[in-house]
Every structure is written in C-alpha cells, then in structure tokens.
Write a protein that binds this ligand. Structure first.
Ligand SMILES: Nc1nc2c(c(=O)[nH]1)N[C@H]1C(S)=C(S)[C@@H](COP(=O)(O)OP(=O)(O)OC[C@H]3O[C@@H](n4cnc5c(=O)[nH]c(N)nc54)[C@H](O)[C@@H]3O)O[C@H]1N2
Ligand SMILES: Nc1nc2c(c(=O)[nH]1)N[C@H]1C(S)=C(S)[C@@H](COP(=O)(O)OP(=O)(O)OC[C@H]3O[C@@H](n4cnc5c(=O)[nH]c(N)nc54)[C@H](O)[C@@H]3O)O[C@H]1N2
Ligand code: SF4
Ligand SMILES: [Mo]
Length: 712
C-alpha cells in the first residue's frame, strides 16, 4: 500500500490566535492540540488547534481543562499533619520534615526503606528526574509508577514479539485511511473521542470491529456502519485471538511468505491455535463462529485490496493477570495476517495517560533506566551512571512493581516512607482497601499534588505543585511523537515545581549531585542519557520542537528526522524478525461461584479522568457524569432484587461498592460494569483483586467475581 506522507502538525502555530500559547491537553495520551488564550487563569480560554492526532477536535475534558487552573479547591500552601489534622505550613517547614523523615528512615532501616511512586502524567523531564532522584539522591531501588497498571502488559508483549515497545509504531493518521480496524478492549468513543475521526473510513466500509463485553458507544458506531461487535465474556480474549488465528490459517488467509520471511516460531503458536476450533471459541467467549469468520475475512480483504488493516488493543484486553499473553496472542494474529511492519497495516496499542508513552521510557519503572534501558544490563548501567556522574556500582538494582511496592509498605522489610508524584492509589489501586491500609501504616507519606486527592488527604505532608499550563516541558504522545507543553499562566504564589522540590530535597539530605530545576536543561540531560538506547531522543532538541518539527523517537544522529514508522525494514529483535510466542488461554484468575456469580469489570466514562481527583472538581463534568453507577442487564438486576436508578451493592470477596443501577438490555447477563472514577462507598477498586501478570505485574482490573444485591 502506498504511504501517505506523515502530516507534520505544526506545533508552534498560534497563527489562528496570535496572542495564544500553543500547547496540548492536560489529560490523555492523544494529547490533542489546543491554544490557550488569556492573561491569567481566571481569563484563560481553550481553543482546539488543528493537529494530526485530533484534527481540530477536543473532548469535553479538553474543553473544560482550564477550569482546574482556577478551582477554589487548588492547593496553594504545603500542608503537614499536626494532631491528626492537615494544617498549612511554610515550605521550609514542609521540606525540612520530609528531608528529616528520609534521613531518619534511611538511618534506621536502610536506603530501600524510602520509596517513590510516580505517574504517567508527568512530563518527560519530571519522569526522568524522578527516576534519577530516586536512584542517585535517595539511593533506593523502590520506585515504580501507575503506568504499571496501564500499559505494562502491552509493553511486555511488544518487547517480547517486536523487540521494542512504542504503543503505535506508526502515526495515528495511518489508521485514518484503513478500511478494517479491529479494536480489542478499547472504547475510544469515550476515552479518546477525537480519535474516532480516524476510524470513519473503517466504519463507513463496514470494517470497524470491536471486541468488548459491553455495547459501548464505540461498538455501537461499528454496528451502525455494518461492522461487528464481538461481545465476549471478560477475560476470554486469548481464546478469541487463538480462534481468529485458527480461522485465518484454516481458511487460507495466512500470509505464508511474510511468516516465512519476517517471523520466527509460527509452528509453536500453531500447535496451540490448531486446538481452538471456532465452535470451542464460541463456547468459551460467547462470540458466534460466523462473527469470528467475518472478522478475519474483513481484515484479510482490506489487506489484499491495499485498503489498510489494523489491530489496536487497549486496557480491556490488557488489564488481566494474563494480559501479556493475551496481547502476545493478538500480535500473533496480526503476524499470521502479515500486518506489522508493512505499510498501511499494523498492530498497535492505545497509550492512555497524557505522557503514558514517555513516562514509561525514562526510568520511573522499577526495572528501568532512561531511554527504555534495562536496569540489570551492565552496559546500560555504565552509560547512565556516566551521565549521572556516579559509579555504576552505586546504582541500585530493580525494585518492586507498583502493587507489590504498595503492598509491602510498612511491613517487615518493606518501605516505611513513600513519596507520591502524580497518582491517587487510594482510588485507583487494585484491592484499594488493602492498599489504603498499607499507606496508613507508613511512618511518612508525602504526596505532591495540586488538589487534595484521596491519597493526599491521608498524607503526613502535602506539597502543592504546578499544573500542566503552568509549566514547560515535553510529552510523548501515543504515537511516539515528542510534543512541547508550554506555560500559559503563572502558578499561584505558594506552588512549586517538582524539579525544585527534588533539588531542594536532594541538597537537604546531603546528596552531592546537583539536580537542575530548568526543564530545558533536564531535557538536554535526558537526551544524553537516552542516546543509544531503544527510546533514543538524542537528536530531538527543544529548538527543533519549538520550530514545529514533527519528531518520533528513535531520533538520533543516525536517524535525525526521527522514525514515524517502525519495523518497515525489520523488527527490533536480534535477527530482525518478529517472534511468535506460544501462549495458551487461561481465563480470569478468580472464577465465579454461587456466592459471586457475576463477572465484575471496570473502566471509564467520557467525563471523568482516572481516579477522578481532577475531573470531579470540574462542575460541568461532575454534573454531566452524575454519580457512581453499575451497568447491568435487567434480568440480572431483577434476580438480585434491584431496580433501575436504585442504589445497589456490588460485593466481591474483598469489599463492597455502592452504585446506582443503570439497566441496559445490551449487557451480557453474566457481567456488571463499574467505572473507577469515584471514591469512598462508590470506589470500584474496593472490589478488584491484585492477581498479577507474571511478566508485566499488571493487576486484573478487568475481571473479578462479584454479586449484586440490594443495599441496606
Ligand atoms: N474519559 C476518559 N478517557 C481516558 C481516561 C479516563 O480515565 N477517562 N484515561 C486514559 C487512560 S490512562 C487510559 S489507560 C485509556 C483507557 O482507554 P480504554 O482502554 O478505551 O478504556 P477502559 O474503559 O478502561 O476499557 C475499554 C473497554 O474494555 C472493556 N472490557 C472490560 N473487560 C474486558 C475484557 O475482558 N475484554 C475486552 N476485550 N474488553 C473488556 C470495557 O467494557 C471498556 O469498554 O483511556 C485514556 N482516556
Ligand atoms: N478498577 C480499575 N482501576 C484502574 C484502572 C481501571 O481500568 N480499572 N485503570 C488503571 C490505569 S490504566 C491507570 S493509568 C491508573 C490511573 O490512576 P491514578 O494513578 O490514580 O491516576 P490519576 O487519577 O490521573 O492521578 C493523578 C493524580 O496526580 C495529580 N497530578 C496530575 N498531574 C500531576 C503532576 O504533574 N504532578 C503531580 N505531583 N501530580 C499530578 C492529579 O491531581 C491526581 O490527583 O488507574 C488504574 N486503575
Ligand atoms: S481526547 Fe484526551 S487529549 Fe483530547 S481533549 Fe480529550 S482528554 Fe484531552
Ligand atoms: Mo491508563
């Protein structure tokens, strides 16, 4: 298929708003372009800007993103806990307390007793500096971040099969000409609305296909265009993938030349997929055999007529204790069809958080150093230690993964002090009740945030930091393109940047290495630290970004214009071939029984972002999205004795969540769905459980056994 040029996406463009500041949205990984106009936060207005990813569109969260800059709930002074209450204090006092706590904890229990929890919303500079602060200033191995709960399964599968993890190894706009797109556990109509514009050709040609247990607005869009809804039972995606491979091979749609020339290991996966006859797949997943066949045919037809065919996965398939294997199985399907690394076809995953891509490259992950290097690789350690001016011997090794880290807090041998930057685990962690207990068991919990999140509310020290439109930096969007975040308004006096906080703390705890407070300097150091690594940013400069160049990593002296499309000349494996890895279907870790007969699954609604700490404070969003609900089939509700709009209890082996019943004829009777944006009684994560994927350590957010009952 002939390739269209990658649209440049001028990123300086204030031409339509001569006085405005060109930047990108505060929230998700699509990083829609916008112009901010106005002298201060009170006057600031948001105007969408034309850019390849959003094509001039914004969702309701983007439109209202300036509200949080002027919310009365904004934190503007540090808080410390005195006699059980959080009370305002000076920066000197707050930082002294934190530094004192770190020093005491280290003296009593060792360096690993101080831990760090980061976030995929942090800019590249902050993600990088946080990893460096942890390893060099705190000297701890105990750092991980919320991206572990987001992209880790897709990342692990990408590295396993392709040798590298970049969510979309092609520009978003490539999808925009495809006539067949299979979405796997993705609901972009609510989670990335402007992305839907890239799905219009597929939808219009009856080629949009959505694998989701619910009839989401995305699945409805597919059906409207004559496409398919594969309404599978939660946690049966691997069986679906193996069944689709079976159909592709037995019905003659496999690309034999591609399999022979560009892959290894086909026979190993075929030994398993051969057992997954369509009838067996239908029994396990609930997807009709005719639908399986039509799915494969639609993809193959688009491929054969050079009209573009893509498989795109998201959290529905990935957030399982078998997430890595499931994505591996879908990559195998894509490889059987010969899609990855060929122009106009491919496999990708939709990165969720604003800097979900960059945030997983620069070292806030327990096993990682900047540039997507491994912390246990001696060459990587030597390179990064040289940039950091330390001895490689002094670099800590790998630490615990996100849930394991939080679950160890305050236990024998576990961390006793924790610094949180950019996450609200009291709401968003699996088994959140258990995690909250661990957080409460700490000697010192320090939360940096700009609002009093549920996690900040139980902290010992809260540090008020800057928001997106008050800081400079870079982010890397879902297609690996590096973007500039720009300052449009001054922060309220009293707030400080996280770069300043780390510099202050490092010097207070006696670290002799300097930590820059200038994002541009930090970016330059990041470029050096990533040079030669898989995610190489060395030739991306602030100047080039400000001049509006479109730069996708890897971008180095060898590839100075960046790499919008990976894999065209070969995969990032030693032999240049993609790998088939044999994986089996296992199903959810927790099976239903008479006490807990339903599968509870969780996810998102359009108006709220993640733990809701930010969006619950925006009136327009809070009133549009209403309250915590449970989406349920009328028969299931009737059996439980609950009616529409009543408050019901959803109960799992771990906890109980109260939610307003939303009857929906299109739900599977064996499934209930809960959004995870609310706290307290309405917290979905009181129910979930932390069965972890053996490779990615992703918890099983998308399936646990529950029952529905009347709330008394
Ligand atoms: N409005 C909004 N947008 C967001 C976010 C937000 O919080 N709110 N967060 C951002 C982030 S960080 C992320 S990671 C992305 C997430 O983006 P998505 O992955 O699109 O969002 P989810 O709602 O978590 O899950 C998608 C779908 O998976 C389905 N699902 C549940 N269980 C299964 C299963 O077992 N198999 C399959 N195939 N599907 C299943 C759910 O019904 C749901 O419709 O969204 C980003 N955008
Ligand atoms: N049941 C269930 N649970 C889930 C999921 C699910 O689908 N189901 N999805 C998981 C996924 S994919 C994700 S990504 C996580 C996300 O869940 P969280 O990690 O809780 O993410 P947020 O709600 O975005 O939390 C960000 C917090 O950091 C603050 N913040 C924002 N920007 C910055 C910054 O630059 N610096 C600092 N210091 N603070 C900042 C915000 O105000 C907010 O309080 O939830 C996971 N939990
Ligand atoms: S889709 Fe994502 S980036 Fe775009 S406006 Fe909405 S939240 Fe912001
Ligand atoms: Mo996420």
């Amino acid at each position: 298929m002939p390739l269209s040029p990658v649209p440049a996406g001028r990123d300086v463009g204030a031409s339509d708003h001569p006085t405005g500041v060109a930047t990108h949205c505060a929230y998700c990984g699509l990083q829609c372009a916008m112009t901010l106009t106005g002298a201060n936060a009170a006057e600031l207005t948001v105007t969408p800007r034309r850019f390849p990813t959003n094509r001039g569109g914004l969702c309701q969260k983007g439109w209202t993103s300036a509200e949080l800059l002027r919310t009365p709930h904004r934190l503007t002074r540090p808080l410390v806990r005195r006699d059980g209450e959080l009370v305002p204090t000076s920066w000197e006092d707050a930082l002294d307390r934190v530094a004192d706590g770190i020093v005491r904890t280290r003296a009593a229990y060792g360096d690993d007793a101080v831990a760090v929890f980061g976030g995929g919303g942090l800019t590249n500079e902050k993600a990088y500096q946080l990893g460096r602060f942890a390893r060099v200033a705190l000297r701890t191995s105990q750092i991980d971040y919320n991206g572990r709960w987001c992209m880790s399964s897709a990342a692990a599968a990408g590295i396993r099969c392709f040798g590298i993890d970049r969510g979309l190894p092609f520009p978003v706009t490539d999808i925009g000409s495809a006539h067949a797109v299979l979405l796997l556990g993705a609901n972009p109509a609510e989670t990335m609305p402007p992305f839907l514009s890239h799905l219009v050709p597929a939808a219009d040609h009856a080629g949009l296909m959505v694998a989701d247990p619910r009839l989401t607005p995305t699945a409805a869009k597919a059906l409207d265009g004559g496409g398919l809804h594969l309404q599978l039972r939660p946690g049966t995606d691997a069986a679906l993938a193996l069944g689709l491979i079976h159909v592709a091979v037995t019905e003659g749609y496999a690309d034999r030349a591609y399999i022979a020339g560009r892959t290894t290991g086909f026979e190993d996966i075929w030994a398993i997929a051969a057992q997954w006859l369509p009838e067996r797949v239908e029994r396990v997943t609930g997807v009709a055999t005719a639908t399986l066949r039509e799915t494969v045919r639609t993809l193959a037809r688009a491929r054969d007529t050079e009209r573009g065919a893509y498989l795109l996965s998201a959290r529905g398939t990935e957030q399982h204790a078998t997430g890595t294997d499931t994505v591996t199985a879908f990559i195998a399907l894509a490889l059987v069809l010969g899609l990855p690394g060929n122009p106009g076809t491919g496999f990708g995953t939709l990165t969720g958080q604003g800097n979900g891509q960059g945030g997983r490259e620069h070292g806030q992950k327990a096993d990682q150093l900047p540039g997507y290097r491994r912390i246990d690789d001696p060459a990587a350690r030597a390179h990064v230690a040289a940039v950091w001016g330390i001895d490689p011997e002094d670099l800590p090794g790998p630490g615990r993964s996100a849930f394991e880290l939080l679950d160890a807090l305050g236990t024998d041998g576990g961390p006793r002090a924790l610094l949180v930057h950019g996450s609200n685990p009291v709401v968003s962690a699996p088994e959140a009740g258990r995690v909250t207990e661990r957080l409460r068991a700490l000697d010192l919990l320090v939360v940096s945030d700009f609002v009093l999140s549920e996690t900040a509310a139980i902290a010992d020290v809260v540090l008020p930091v800057l928001q997106w439109a008050e800081e400079e930096g870079t982010l890397t969007n879902l297609e690996g393109r590096v973007l500039r975040r720009r300052r449009a308004v001054s922060p309220p006096p009293g707030c400080r940047s996280e770069l300043e906080i780390w510099a202050e703390l490092a010097s207070r705890i006696g670290c002799s290495t300097a930590f820059s407070t200038d994002p541009r300097e930090v970016f330059d150091e990041l470029r050096r630290a990533t040079a030669g690594g898989p995610a190489d940013y060395s030739a991306i400069t602030w100047e080039r970004l400000d001049a509006g160049e479109s730069l996708h990593w890897p971008c180095s002296a060898e590839r100075p214009s960046g790499t919008p499309r990976l894999f065209l000349d070969g995969f990032a494996t030693p032999d240049g071939r993609a790998r088939f890895v044999p994986v089996e279907h296992a199903g959810p870790a927790e099976v239903d029984d008479p006490d807990y007969p339903l599968v509870g699954t969780t996810g998102r609604v359009l108006q709220h972002y993640q733990s809701g700490a930010q969006t619950r404070l925006v009136d327009e969003l809070a009133s549009a999205a209403g309250e915590m609900f449970v989406q349920v089939h009328p028969e299931t509700a009737a059996r439980a004795g609950v009616g529409d709009s009543e408050i019901a209890a959803v109960v799992s082996r771990r906890g109980r969540t109260l939610a307003t019943v939303r009857l929906d004829e299109a739900m599977r009777p064996d499934v209930v769905f809960l959004p995870f944006h609310w706290a307290g009684d309405g917290r979905a994560n009181s129910l979930t459980h932390a069965a972890l994927d053996p490779t990615s350590r992703m918890p099983e957010f998308k399936a646990c056994a529950v029952r529905l009952e009347a709330a008394r």
